[in-house]
Design a protein around this ligand. Structure first.
Ligand code: B12
Length: 220
């Protein structure tokens, strides 16, 4: 089936809140589950977001579309029962941002690649920074879908001062504006779950793949 036709049908299944149809269409995407999620769920929700911005789609439809996608992601990637620390010690969080899908997908992709991490859920600048320090975190992953929560990452960075904690960021605001990750003092940014695994793998080996390092990052 033509990918754009599949995406068109999937978006309409979400808008019609037709779970079964959405599941059936997602199952038609060839390749591993994460590829299906990146190919269908991520771009479809972004397009729903644009429709909302244009006033053509209601927040309630976005909410239900998000819920259906969460269920599909849980079905495909399994729920994150066995949260524990591994090497490097990693945690992921959002700062007062209830957009959880991106964080959920990145966490599963990292676990699926053999990494372990703890999901701090939705926190504040202070709670996330304090917990990262007390837990001895080496890589802190921060997801943001709203610009205001993306900008708060700078405050987390300040709270972490010169502790050896790498901050890796991601989410729509960093995709729209590639300079933003440097502005908030991130050590690295990744545009999707596959890229996130690459960045974490390289960071834990002391290097970074092309394009994931904000220009002029201090620690080079
Ligand atoms: C679904 C959705 C919701 C759902 C969330 C459901 C859920 N369970 O997550 C609900 C209905 C709850 C919601 C609420 C709101 N939303 Co909303 N939402 C969206 C929407 C349509 C899709 C977001 C999404 O889930 N995308 C799919 C995921 C998988 O993609 P992703 O997060 O980008 O993740 C990928 C990558 O970015 C990357 N990634 C993500 N995180 C990370 C982290 C790291 C470390 C790494 C390496 C990579 C990475 O990998 C992921 C996989 O590829 C966006 C539109 C958009 N363009 O994004 C608006 C959007 C984000 N929402 C917006 C707003 C304003 C709100 C509300 C304030 C609306 C309101 N008035 O109530 C509330 C805020 C609630 C809160 N306090 O958080 C605005 C934000 C504007 C801005 N610039 O700040 C957007 C952009 C819509 C718009 N166009 O205006 N929303």
């Amino acid at each position: 089936m033509d990918p754009s036709a599949l995406r068109y049908d999937f978006e309409h299944a979400l808008l019609a809140m037709n779970r079964d149809e959405a599941r059936r269409l997602l199952a038609r995407v060839p390749g591993p589950p994460l590829a299906a999620i990146e190919a269908l769920i991520v771009p479809s929700l972004a397009r729903l977001g644009e429709g909302w911005e244009r006033g053509q789609i209601a927040l309630a439809q976005i909410y239900m579309g998000g819920r259906i996608c969460e269920e599909l992601v849980d079905t495909l990637l399994g729920s994150s029962q066995n949260e524990r620390y591994g090497r490097p010690r990693m945690a992921i969080a959002t700062i007062e941002d209830h957009h959880q899908l991106g964080k959920r997908i990145v966490s599963s992709a990292l676990r699926g690649s053999g990494f372990q991490l703890i999901d701090y859920g939705v926190g504040t600048v202070d709670s996330i920074a304090a917990r990262a320090v007390s837990d001895g975190i080496e890589i802190l992953l921060l997801s943001a879908l709203m610009l205001r929560s993306a900008l708060r990452i700078r405050d987390v960075r300040t709270r972490l001062a010169d502790r050896p904690i790498r901050v890796v960021v991601g989410g729509a605001p960093f995709i729209f504006d590639h300079a933003l990750s440097r502005e908030v003092g991130a050590d690295a940014m990744a545009t999707n779950a596959f890229h996130a695994v690459e960045v974490v793998r390289s960071l834990s080996q002391g290097s970074l793949p092309q394009g994931s390092l904000p220009q002029g990052a201090p620690w080079v």
